[in-house]
Design a binder for this molecule. Structure first.
Ligand code: CTP
Length: 426
């Protein structure tokens, strides 16, 4: 097939004019500096697929930092340099950002290490990338603006829906690509190409994924959680036995799949109730359930998870069976409160992942809303001064009882109820 094709018409049709103009300007700076410049990667892939993508990655043959400096001055954009990688980012006033890199080949001192940078040409730059569909470039220099560079039959794979590595060592050089392959496959409804799948398994069996830092694995998993259908990718990770190389003691069963399905279905509700919910922790709450403490300690260290994660998962594990019954039989809110109080977002998500019946789910959401909305207007001080209760343990107990009564019945008269509580106690 043709290695070079004019795709200017596609660009004009599909790219918003503001971005198209920016690309033309960047091309003209390439002319000024006598450097070939390209837009590469996901932007090109998605342009050909007809999908919106405004993550602009520019590659320059020549000194990318010098080019970035020139472009930032011309465009009035703020520049942040990453000298070690010969890359820079330009930030526009409205927050829009483009990344500029020097064409490079990466060689790896040892597998799973961070890349070293070396100056080279666009073909080599593209060759070091993860998959053929991500390894195209479009020239931006004015005279050749819109010329697609397709050295590796990327368009063919795009048409046939194949995720294919560019060379045999791709996964060894960067084992996180094992996870990326699944993410792209599921995002686009593609298939990992046969030989690529063989190499993927070979690399997995070679233990290369285990050498990658938790931080980088976590990033890739978080990217999956940012996809539209994360469960499909997680299922595929399990099916291809990749998940076993990430969490060796996790057994992906249909029960676990159901819990994950509930988790993703409930996220919208949880987000409405809680401002912040960590989806990664919520996922791990399910994947790491019933792990032994020693393994849990290793896992949280590897992935940079706070220690309280262990306390929370263990506390939830022991409370779940009684709690689920209480929810099922719609026991009073105050009794549920005595078991879990005001749960964190992740604990709430965890509990809800176990609830399959719609009316139980509604009852629990009702509970959460009630806990959030119930506030006492009377304080402990009132007890101390007006009712002459001095013992602080006693005050805590009485206030808690008052709160519980208000949970069950928001319209109580707090002062009247307080008197009843004190009478009951004596
Ligand atoms: N890349 C790679 N190996 C990796 C990560 C990234 O080769 N482990 C390359 C890919 O060619 C990719 C480019 O770097 O196109 C930018 O990476 P990233 O922004 O993570 O991916 P995108 O392709 O832009 O995908 P997305 O649509 O998810 O942003």
């Amino acid at each position: 097939t043709l290695k070079f094709e004019d795709v200017k018409h596609l660009m004009v049709d599909r790219i918003p004019s503001r971005i198209l103009n920016l690309l033309r300007l960047i091309g003209s700076y390439g002319e000024d500096k006598k450097m070939p410049v390209y837009v590469v990667g996901g932007f090109v892939r998605d342009l050909l697929l007809g999908l919106e993508n405004y993550d602009i990655d520019i590659v320059v043959e020549g000194n990318g930092l010098e080019f970035a400096k020139y472009a930032s001055k011309q465009l009035g954009a703020k520049m942040v340099e990453h000298e070690k990688f010969l890359t820079a980012s330009l930030f526009f006033k409205d927050g829009f950002r483009i990344d500029i890199a020097t064409a490079r080949t990466e060689y790896y001192e040892k597998p799973a290490d961070l890349p070293q940078v070396d100056i080279s040409t666009i073909k080599k730059d593209l060759y070091r990338r993860d998959f053929t569909i991500n390894a195209m470039a479009i020239k931006l220099n004015t005279k050749e603006f819109g010329l697609l560079y397709d050295f590796f039959d990327s368009r063919k794979d795009l048409k046939e829906g194949l995720i294919r590595v560019l060379h045999k060592l791709s996964f060894v050089e960067d084992p996180t690509r094992i996870i990326r392959a699944v993410r792209f496959e599921q995002r686009f409804g593609f298939k990992i190409e046969e030989e690529t799948l063989r190499i993927l398994h070979e690399t997995l069996n070679g233990g290369f994924l285990e050498k990658v830092s938790g931080q980088r694995i976590r990033q890739e998993l978080e990217k999956i959680l940012g996809e539209r259908e994360p469960l499909n990718a997680i299922k595929r990770l399990a099916q291809l036995k990749i998940l076993k190389h990430i969490f060796p003691k996790t057994y992906f069963t249909s029960v676990m799949e159901k819990k994950l399905e509930n988790l993703f279905n409930n996220l919208r509700i949880i987000r409405e109730l809680y401002k912040k919910v960590n989806i990664f922790y919520s996922l791990l709450r399910i994947l790491l359930e019933y792990y032994d403490i020693d393994t849990l300690k290793q896992v949280i260290k590897k992935y940079g998870i706070p220690k309280k994660f262990i306390d929370e998962i263990k506390a939830t594990e022991t409370r779940l069976p009684p709690l689920l019954n209480m929810i099922k039989y719609k026991i009073r809110f105050s009794d549920i409160y005595k078991v879990i109080g005001k749960p964190s977002a992740e604990t709430a998500a965890h509990i809800m992942s176990y609830i399959d019946e719609e009316d139980s789910k509604e009852y629990f959401v009702e509970y959460l809303k009630r806990v959030f909305s119930t506030k006492l207007s009377i304080s402990g001080n009132y007890l101390k001064e007006k009712m002459n209760v001095k013992n602080s343990v006693e005050i805590g107990k009485v206030m808690n009882e008052l709160y519980c009564r208000k949970l069950d019945n928001p319209s109580i008269n707090e002062e009247g109820e307080l008197k009843k509580i004190l009478e009951d106690e004596t």
